[in-house]
Design a binder for this molecule. Structure first.
Ligand code: IPM
Ligand code: MG
Length: 359
């Protein structure tokens, strides 16, 4: 009998629906090949949900996610909703989803593919062979710390406040995920903080150092975040696995992503202690090219592959999809973001068709 999986699809905004439709056709194809039966349930999130209900994460959407085996998300946000007050912004839907499902660990791999070395804005010898995993804490730190808000002081002046805070247990659980990930990779973990200035980072550093005693096979180093930003563009090959807090991880994962030539290539996984994970591209909703069949669907397709590997434990299906991606790149197909001379420029749909053929 076919194995059954309930997948919640959150296409979201901008290019979300177009890239999602490619990922779904790839999943259907792989399902047929390997006798996996996917039941897809679509739910609104972000701007699309604001337009429908006024709420960027309607409770039915969160419920649908909770009742599934894995969640595949595309992207949220767009110009149209940028002027709404912060609690009604599409981004709130994403943060609510992470918090609501307890997804404290965000895995963001940045691996350069040999086919795309020349698409990077950095020199070949700097980026060739780069293979980094950023483990970002996702439900704490300054994104969620209390107090937060815009308050009025006694003198009548407005004051904006966010709080960067981590408890020991929050540091420990993300630390464990990172040490385990490093163990499965090259065994090197770099913890990134701002311990020369921030108390929260001092605690982070102390706790990660203590934890390292339980992982003697992993080589731990520490780096300040400003230095890490510099090292990522100076000599990125020094990094294997990076672990860091929510805000630093947000920033460094974009920088790491860009080493690979295009942020349009990179998937991510957000995982909790139990329950369904959320799998999504690192890139955003690219409203400037939405609906024009220009988007690169590969990060979305690779997110589906990550979902199969980390969320559903179907490594064979995941391998096949990743192989198909390499194959279409070998065949010379490129969307605009990764285009280089001599290659064949294709749109989102045509890239999807090439992927299906390669499968
Ligand atoms: C990301 C995004 C989000 C974040 C935004 C859209 C809230 O930049 O997933 O990296 O800051 O976490
Ligand atoms: Mg980001």
């Amino acid at each position: 009998m076919a194995k059954q999986y309930r997948i919640t699809l959150l296409p979201g905004d901008g290019i979300g629906p177009e890239i999602m439709s490619v990922a779904v056709s790839v999943l259907k194809e792989i399902g047929q090949q390997l006798n996996l039966q996917f039941t897809f349930q679509e739910a609104p999130i972000g701007g699309a949900a604001i337009d429908l209900t006024g709420d960027p994460l309607p409770s039915e959407s969160l419920e649908t996610c909770r009742n599934s085996d894995a969640v595949l998300l595309a992207a949220i946000g767009g110009f149209k909703w940028d002027t709404l007050p912060s609690h009604q912004r599409p981004e709130r839907g994403l943060l609510g989803l992470r918090a609501g499902l307890g997804l404290f660990a965000n895995l963001r791999p940045a691996k350069i593919l040999p086919q795309l070395v020349d698409a990077s804005s950095l020199k070949r010898d700097i980026v060739e062979g780069v293979d980094i995993m950023v483990v970002r804490e996702l439900t704490g730190g300054v994104y969620f710390g209390q107090p937060k808000g815009i308050f009025t002081t006694e003198t009548g002046e407005k004051r904006g406040v966010n709080t960067m805070a981590y408890t020991e247990s929050e540091i420990e659980r993300i630390g464990r995920v990172a040490f385990e990930a490093a163990r499965k990779r090259q065994g090197r973990l770099c913890s990134v903080d701002k311990a020369n200035v921030l108390e929260v980072s001092q605690l982070w550093r102390d706790r990660i150092t203590q934890l390292s005693q339980e992982y003697p096979d992993v080589e731990l180093s520490h780096m300040y975040v400003d230095n890490a930003a510099m090292q990522l563009v100076r000599y990125p090959k020094q990094f294997d696995t990076i672990v860091t807090g929510n805000l630093f991880g947000d920033i460094l994962s974009d920088a790491a992503a860009m080493l690979t030539g295009s942020i349009g290539m990179l998937p991510s996984a957000s995982l909790g202690a139990s329950g369904p994970g959320v799998f999504e591209p690192v890139h955003g909703s690219a409203p400037d090219i939405a609906g024009q069949d220009k988007a690169n669907p590969i990060a979305q397709v690779l997110s589906a592959a990550m979902m199969l590997r980390y969320g559903l434990n179907e490594p064979e299906a995941s391998d096949r999809i990743e192989q198909a991606v390499l194959k279409v790149l070998d065949q010379g197909y490129r969307t605009g973001d990764i285009m280089s001379p001599g290659m064949t420029l294709v749109g989102c749909q045509a890239m999807g068709e090439a992927l299906l053929k390669a499968l």
